[in-house]
Design a protein around this ligand. Structure first.
Ligand code: SF4
Length: 198
């Protein structure tokens, strides 16, 4: 874990509304002045992107949270991340790099001192790779990357987002993850059926 961000202006990259809840509160509790940055060109299709963005914005409006929405540019994701295709680890690394690089660039241009990400609240993401890419993105523009592992707060994030009636997606974001998640659901269903018949 890096230094306490008390009093610092922190640009918090957020992937969606449910994942924002706990990391935002944690950083505010640490004394940071937090602005949320929504930059997720990985999300496919566009309707899904809009739904996740609007879920986050609806909560932010109600909670008085400032949000910067960066442009949705799925072409850049398909050009820089999709070529890593079947290697999920390399693909996700490139995806983290794309998003955190843009957030760090925007944060440096707008007078922030540090960057963090909500991605590490999800047990389905690779926290170590997120940290590596966050550090590299921040080093390139002279900012601090706040290494935080929020996975122990995932149950609270799940409960709170349900209580708030937030939209909760069932795949990570990209078109490949949608297919992978559907295949995993099918496999789990087949396993359950096989167990019942055994
Ligand atoms: S699975 Fe998620 S993190 Fe990995 S490439 Fe797809 S959208 Fe990005």
């Amino acid at each position: 874990m890096t230094s306490a961000p008390s009093g610092k202006r922190v640009a918090l990259h957020a992937c969606c509304g449910p994942c924002l809840l706990e990391p935002y509160d944690a950083l505010v509790d640490e004394g940071a002045e937090v602005v949320v940055v929504y930059y997720n060109p990985n999300i496919h299709p566009e309707g899904e992107y809009q739904r996740r963005r609007d879920t986050l914005l609806g909560h932010a409006l109600a909670a008085g949270i400032e949000v910067e929405v960066r442009p949705y540019d799925p072409v850049v994701w398909f050009e820089t991340v999709a070529p890593h295709g079947s290697s999920r680890s390399e693909r996700c690394r490139a995806c983290y790099r794309l998003r955190l690089t843009e957030v760090a660039r925007w944060a440096a241009e707008n007078g922030f001192e540090a960057v963090a990400s909500t991605l590490t609240v999800s047990p389905y993401q690779d926290a170590d790779t997120i940290t590596e890419e966050g550090r590299l993105a921040c080093e390139a523009v002279g900012l601090e990357y706040l290494q935080r592992d929020y996975r122990d707060r995932y149950p609270d994030a799940t409960r709170r987002s349900r209580d708030l009636g937030m939209y909760r997606q069932n795949y990570c974001g990209c078109v490949l993850s949608a297919t992978e998640a559907a295949e995993e659901r099918t496999a789990r269903k087949a396993e359950r059926q096989a167990r019942r018949q055994a």
